[in-house]
Design a protein around this ligand. Structure first.
Ligand SMILES: NC(=O)c1ccc[n+]([C@@H]2O[C@H](COP(=O)([O-])OP(=O)(O)OC[C@H]3O[C@@H](n4cnc5c(N)ncnc54)[C@H](OP(=O)(O)O)[C@@H]3O)[C@@H](O)[C@H]2O)c1
Length: 257
């Protein structure tokens, strides 16, 4: 029996990881801020799939929250075999419209927490000679898109660099870059989604299936879905100025929606 720890497990992409991993028979450690929602999720997954599910309340925008999760990942008596660093959020508005406090919170959750949790997990995994980490980034990593895109670009660079450094240790790391997925993300950020065409939306369960299959193949970067693979190919040959004009607008509308 293996154990997976998922941050941001109660909604969207994290909840899809939890459903799939529980159905595959993994025990789970579920992490988010809302304790009641976590406990309900743990009970539901235990009852449905017969797995053990622990609820760990932690705010990854705080040192205490990050430390609590890092301690759990470093517990040698109850090892974690797979870490999904998924918790994240968007900020409404463009650069200078977003408060400095919110910019720094994003860096704490998307960068500092990912660095500290990946390090706690992989140190223990390397001793055992096996384990995996999926760091959820975004296709926004490849386009000019404020602190959000910059933080996700860090996730991709960091993850692929760490994967190289740990090659041969039995520990796999992969950055997952989804396109638009219908979750609570846009509503929580107060972002409008009317200007995102239907064909750009991905299904969270299919995304997770594709990600886990890429991890099993030993990929260090996963861009699920042929539509986004093609788009990211196009991005590579598009001038940055033109790209910024399109990507800084899409899905980032501000004002009440
Ligand atoms: N949806 C998209 O279109 C999309 C596209 C590309 C990448 N992504 C990335 O995918 C990841 C998941 O996003 P999602 O769309 O599934 O979002 P979501 O539906 O809003 O879910 C976010 C999850 O993260 C938790 N969370 C948020 N802030 C947290 C914090 N400070 N500490 C601990 N947990 C926290 C939330 O629970 P609590 O509120 O209870 O803490 C919730 O479980 C994010 O990293 C996001 O950047 C999303």
């Amino acid at each position: 029996m293996t154990t997976a720890l998922i941050t941001g497990s109660t909604a969207g992409i994290g909840a899809a990881f939890a459903r799939r991993l529980a159905a595959d028979g993994h025990d789970l450690v579920l992490v988010a801020r809302d304790t009641k929602r976590l406990r309900d999720q743990a009970t539901e997954l235990h009852d449905r799939h017969g797995i053990e599910a622990e609820a760990l309340t932690a705010d990854l925008a705080t040192d205490e929250g990050i430390e609590a999760v890092a301690d759990r990942l470093g517990d040698r008596r109850n090892p974690v075999d797979l870490l999904i660093n998924n918790a994240g959020f968007g900020n409404k508005g463009r650069y200078l419209d977003v408060s400095m406090a919110d910019e720094l919170k994003m860096i704490k959750v998307h960068i500092e927490a990912v660095l500290r949790l990946t390090s706690a997990a992989t140190a223990a995994m390397r001793e055992r000679g096996r384990g995996g980490v999926v760091n959820v980034a975004s296709v926004a990593a490849f386009v000019p898109r404020g602190t959000y895109g910059a933080s996700k670009a860090w996730v991709v660079q960091f993850t692929q660099g760490a994967a190289r450094d740990l090659a041969g240790s039995g520990v796999r790391l992969m950055a997952l870059c989804p396109g638009f997925v219908r979750t609570e993300f846009h509503q929580r950020a107060g972002m409008g989604t009317d200007n995102i065409p239907n064909w750009m939306w991905l299904d969270a369960d299919k995304l997770v299936a594709s990600a886990l299959s890429d991890l099993a193949r030993g990929r260090t970067l996963s861009i699920p879905d042929p539509r986004y693979k093609a788009l990211m190919g196009l991005v590579k040959v598009t001038p940055r100025g033109l790209l910024g004009g399109v990507t800084s607008r899409t899905g980032r509308k501000y004002g009440p929606q």
